[in-house]
Design a protein around this ligand. Structure first.
Ligand code: ARG
Length: 269
């Protein structure tokens, strides 16, 4: 409840609906929807459609109800608000290698250690690393080391809710969202936004496409000039999901790239 209380504190004037809607808490329940036939893209969920098996092989689902990405084969990059602190920790299970969480080919591995971003207090700095007991043998996702690619259209993906208050998903969903600049995002969120540490994305005028509860910690990514996937964001927060005028807010990975690299090198194992 720590982050939730923090959020209440910083959104006092905003009203109870917003407080609940913009909570940083990860989702907890997992309810599988009925399997759907492939080949008929659904535009229900935050504008999402199903990802193909192997399309985003670095995606992992974390047992506390968050997403993450393989930074190395045995280190997951996720959100600080998805974890409780730093130190030895065997309580998290990461599931990788499958878009269907119930696929018999899905690989599950336990955590050994967690590193929450130093100085994290619920505003900005929303990143954390989870060391795994053994590697998940899938391609990893490079992180952006400068702001060159902090623009354009971004890919988002996750097993989180398909709409505000919606159920967690059995199958990985994906969508594309355009970059929203800091000034515009500040018009939506005022001082709740930490522009140097956060990057916004979403369909500002129409809404309809967004990450949502349970997607937290997952990557926002795009292609670099060589056509390789590059992580530019970490799902962090937003007011509700996919509301017009309320873009999704993501940890700005390039700001923390050096810290992440150093922290990953310092994990035990
Ligand atoms: N805080 C949420 C989580 O823990 C993610 C919310 C993202 N919201 C958004 N509108 N993009 O899963």
């Amino acid at each position: 409840m720590r982050t939730y209380l923090k959020h209440i504190k910083r959104a006092t004037a905003a009203g109870a609906v917003i407080l609940a809607a913009a909570s940083l808490q990860p989702a907890s329940a997992f309810a599988a929807p009925a399997p759907q036939p492939t080949g008929s893209p659904q535009t229900r969920v935050v504008g999402g459609t199903r990802a193909a098996q192997g399309e985003f092989p670095f995606m992992v689902r974390l047992s506390m109800g968050c997403g993450g990405a393989l930074y190395t084969k045995d280190v997951v990059l996720t959100a600080a608000h998805c974890v409780d602190g730093s130190g030895p920790n065997t309580s998290v299970t990461a599931t990788g290698g499958a878009v269907d969480l119930q696929d018999s080919k899905a690989v599950t591995v336990k955590s050994t250690e967690i590193l929450q971003a130093p100085g994290y207090n619920g505003k900005g700095k929303d990143w954390a690393l989870i060391k795994l007991a053994k590697p998940i043998d899938q391609p990893t996702l490079k992180i952006a080391e400068n702001d060159t690619f902090n623009n354009g259209d971004f890919q988002i993906a996750g097993w989180g809710a398909d709409k505000e208050g919606g159920a967690q998903q059995r199958y990985l969903l994906k969508a594309t969202v355009p970059f929203v600049d800091d000034a515009t995002c500040q018009q939506a969120y005022g001082s709740s936004l930490t522009p140097g540490e956060e990057i916004c994305a979403g369909k500002l005028t129409t809404g309809g496409v967004d990450t949502c509860q349970g997607d937290s910690g997952g990557p926002m990514f795009r292609k670099d000039d060589a056509g390789a996937w590059l992580q530019v964001g970490i799902v962090s927060w937003g007011e509700g999901c996919a509301r017009p005028g309320k873009p999704g807010v993501y940890t700005e990975v390039s700001t923390f790239a050096a810290d992440i690299k150093k922290a990953a090198a310092g994990l035990g194992g």
